[in-house]
Design a protein around this ligand. Structure first.
Ligand code: MN
Length: 513
């Protein structure tokens, strides 16, 4: 146990980084802070620090990420029901239904009704169900996990440390990634990595240490000459930033490259941040005229964003001294999104998605909220209602899934293997990697699924069992007389499609009788 206790974040520190300065919001956050401090009085963390320091930190992270006062208050209060046994009605009376709903979503199920793995799995399922109604629930949970991962060294049992660390890497970091929250993803990974894989961590750190100094010198030199060349071409309105690769992400890459460090060019990268997308392309032209790019390493994620919405132009340049360095070109608006992802869209209640940041890449917004219009009506009216498709899948998956394969589904299907396919109008639909046109049709609308008679992929007629690929444009052909068959159950990969098909088949059966 440490001799000196960590001082909890003060309310002033939280209010200082909070986006809104309205008196209503300040009042809500202040009341939540004081309530939580009182509720957790006398409770300690494994570290010997006051328990309150944990929730104050979570509130601070949420304020820093730009979330609204309700979410910050919920972050401060997130353990009052589970760990300080505050009565639900007392809580609701004090903070209202919205804040209660957020806290309830991250609260684990009762120890009396559920135990062990089952409690764990059912709590995750509950978390996703709450998230499907309000995405802020998931962000609060991620910040909670970030602080728990950062304080893992104090957890006394090794098996528990190992479990929390691996779960952070396998479930929570990929979720942050899917939400486009790259800073949070890297922080989760780097906090958990030393406890999940201690030996590999040491090895990776050695490599980082050995390479960093030389790379830093190279980066400084490149930055200097880039500024000069771009300046001579009349491009002066931009800023630069060094990006250091996270240890865990470097480890994953080292594994892929069989630990050949010479194959890795992006331990350090130079970001160039411009006012407009046109500036990015002009600068790229000038850069390639002066530095030869490494073949095959030019990636235009502005024209073709990654499935999680990530944008930027990447190119790796030979620096002339035998080395190579990656440059990343992006706009300020893209930069904010790349760092904070979905959170950068949740800042104001009445904010229209995408309107405040016209450069923010409408593609991103469309990719992330393909069913925005349809979903808005189902959810509460705070305006923070758009929930990515995959969360709904997690929340409303097949009921017959067992605990074990629910976690497996989480790890495998949802986070590592997703593709985006498009409707003929260009709306993106988020699907698992082995999805077929049947899955696609039901993801668009159950009636389109139920009356599908054929499909065109990239303008060619194909069979319904074709496996869709990232970027495919899929056009479903419907006929009023067409209806689902038993074979579709085998073709469909998503639980959503299978559920609709089973319902339709049961209705056909009932009508025949
Ligand atoms: Mn907590």
């Amino acid at each position: 146990m440490s001799m000196t206790q960590v001082k909890p974040r003060t309310i002033k520190e939280i209010l200082d980084v909070m986006t809104s300065k309205s008196s209503v919001d300040i009042d809500l956050v202040t009341r939540a802070y004081e309530f939580a401090e009182k509720a957790h009085t006398g409770q300690l963390r494994f570290s010997g620090d006051p328990y309150f320091s944990h929730v104050a930190e979570v509130g601070f992270y949420l304020a820093q990420a730009g979330l609204d006062a309700e979410a910050i208050a919920a972050g401060l209060l997130h353990d009052t029901i589970e760990d300080a046994h505050i009565d639900e009605d007392v809580f609701k009376k004090e903070f209202g239904d919205q804040v209660f709903m957020l806290v309830d979503g991250v609260t684990k199920l009762g120890k009396l009704r559920y135990q062990g793995t089952q409690r764990h799995t059912e709590s995750l399922r509950k978390l996703f169900a709450a998230t499907a109604k309000d995405i802020r629930v998931l962000i609060i949970k991620l910040m909670d996990r970030l602080h728990n991962a950062r304080t893992l060294s104090h957890v006394p049992r090794e098996d528990k440390r190992d479990r929390i660390a691996k779960e952070t890497l396998e479930i929570y970091a990929p979720i942050a990634d899917r939400l486009g929250m790259s800073v949070l993803k890297q922080e989760l990974e780097d906090a958990a990595f030393p406890y999940a894989y201690p030996k590999e961590y040491e090895k990776t750190r050695e490599i980082l240490r050995a390479r960093k100094h030389e790379d830093e010198k190279q980066l400084e030199k490149l930055e200097h000459s880039l500024k000069r060349e771009l300046g001579e071409a009349g491009i002066r309105n931009f800023r630069t930033e060094a990006r250091i690769k996270g240890a865990y992400s470097l480890f994953k890459k080292l594994e892929r490259k069989k630990w050949d460090i010479t194959q890795i060019y992006d331990i350090l990268a130079l970001r160039l941040i411009f006012p407009s997308i046109a500036d990015c392309y002009s600068a790229l032209g000038i850069i390639h005229a002066h530095w030869r790019p490494v073949p095959g390493k030019i990636k235009d994620y502005i024209a073709n964003p990654k499935p999680n919405g990530y944008q930027s132009i990447h190119s790796t340049l030979y620096t002339g001294s035998g080395g190579a360095l990656e440059v990343q070109l992006r706009t300020e608006a893209i930069h904010q999104e790349a760092l904070y992802g979905i959170a950068s869209h949740l800042i104001y209640k009445d904010r229209q998605f995408g309107i405040k940041n016209p450069q923010a890449g409408i593609t991103w917004i469309r990719q992330f909220f393909p069913l925005l219009k349809k979903q808005t009506t189902d959810n509460h009216d705070s305006g923070i209602s758009a929930v990515p498709n995959w969360i709904n899948e997690l929340a409303h998956g097949e009921e017959d899934r067992t605990e074990d394969n629910y976690i497996e589904t989480l790890k495998e299907d949802f986070f590592s293997h997703r593709i985006f396919v498009f409707t003929p109008k260009g709306d993106a639909i988020d699907m698992p990697i082995d999805a077929t046109p049947v899955d696609f049709a039901y993801a668009v609308h159950s009636q389109i699924g139920n009356h599908m008679s054929g499909v065109r992929v990239n303008n060619k007629m194909v069979s319904l069992s074709t496996t869709l690929k990232n970027g495919n444009v899929v056009e479903i052909i419907t006929k009023p007389s067409a209806k689902p068959s038993l074979k579709w159950l085998e073709i469909a990969k998503t639980s959503m499609a299978r559920k609709f098909i089973r319902t339709a088949l049961a209705e056909q059966e009932a009508a025949r009788r």
